[in-house]
Design a protein around this ligand. Structure first.
Ligand code: ZN
Length: 200
């Protein structure tokens, strides 16, 4: 069973004007698709055939890890955005953000600063790490999954993620991600899943 490129969870033009259909056509239709194609080429006929994406990420290095992790990271990123996104989280996640960062506004500033400060290509994440909320960055294809952290949401800061819409203005892209695109429902669902597992 080969991996397939997952469909976007919204129409290609649904995030405009903050994230264009043109960007999504390249970012999802070309970049994400290429990671899926290369992953399938690398696992064909190998011991990794038939494993889940998470199993491959946990048990591979080098080129195979890079392709597998980039497939996973991008699927997670599409879900970290939604049409009409932004605003504030509510419920348990809102309380946890206030407790960890002081306020939503302080969280947004720290998340943006971390993403801007990630040198070269990578990702900025909100994760749950051993019970605590943290902002972490990863380089290239690296993912918090391999650190035992639970991702709640992510923003792709590879240049291919924003160049067509924002050119070199990564800070403006991350600000717009936080103000207009971020899917707090997705982050809250990930947080509640962790919380309920921890309570069992
Ligand atoms: Zn990307």
């Amino acid at each position: 069973m080969a991996f397939e490129l997952p469909s976007l969870p919204y129409a290609q033009d649904a995030l405009e004007p903050h994230y264009s259909a043109n960007t999504l056509s390249f970012h999802h239709g070309k970049h994400h698709a290429a990671y899926v194609t290369k992953l399938n080429e690398l696992i064909a006929g190998s011991d990794h055939e038939g494993k889940s994406l998470e199993e491959i990420i946990a048990s591979s290095t080098g080129g195979l890890f890079n392709q597998a992790a980039q497939v996973w990271n991008h699927s997670f990123f599409w879900n970290s955005m939604k049409p009409g996104g932004g605003g504030s989280p509510d419920g348990a996640l809102a309380e946890a953000i206030d407790a960890a960062f002081g306020s939503l506004e302080a969280f947004k500033q720290q998340f943006k600063s971390a993403g801007v400060g990630q040198f070269g290509s990578g990702w900025v994440w909100l994760v749950k790490d051993d019970g605590a909320l943290k902002i972490v960055t990863t380089a290239n294809a690296e993912t918090p999954l391999t650190e035992g952290q639970v991702p709640l949401l992510t923003c792709d800061v590879w240049e291919h993620a924003y160049y067509l819409d924002y050119q070199n203005r990564r800070p403006d892209f991350i600000q717009s991600f936080l103000d207009n695109l971020v899917n707090w429902d997705f982050a809250a669902a990930n947080y509640d899943e962790v919380a309920s597992v921890a309570a069992e």
